[in-house]
Design a protein around this ligand. Structure first.
Ligand code: FES
Length: 120
């Protein structure tokens, strides 16, 4: 099992390695999309660029590598951003949903999430 720690929501979700990150977020009824994505998204086809997440705490290698779709769509985005629909989970990771609109207390949430041991 892997644990995905959602920084904004302050929760840990257990999942199986190989699970799609977008599917996990939706299954757990967390909010993946900002307004644009709520109004219309591609349903996980890698076309709309509305399912952004950022990978925090140096856990980038806990996810599958960028797909060719992400290489294109994330060209002008920070290095730690992913498209959730293109991302498979390999092991435990720290994830921030909707990094395009970070919470005002992001540093506090990030520190709190990083200070608790993440199961591997
Ligand atoms: S849901 Fe459209 S790019 Fe991920």
């Amino acid at each position: 099992m892997a644990t995905i720690r959602f920084i904004r929501e302050g929760i840990d979700i257990q999942c199986n390695p190989g699970e799609n990150l977008r599917d996990l977020v939706i299954k757990e009824k967390l909010q993946l999309y900002g307004l644009k994505g709520i109004l219309g998204n591609c349903g996980g086809a890698g076309q709309c660029s509305t399912c952004f997440v950022s990978v925090e705490g140096g856990t980038k290698n806990s996810l599958t590598p960028l797909t060719s779709v992400e290489e294109e769509k994330l060209k002008n985005r920070p290095d730690n951003w992913r498209l959730a629909c293109q991302t498979l989970i390999k092991s435990s990771a720290l994830i921030l949903t909707k990094p395009q609109s970070p919470p005002s207390n992001l540093e506090e949430l990030r520190n709190s999430a990083e200070n608790k041991k993440l199961p591997r």
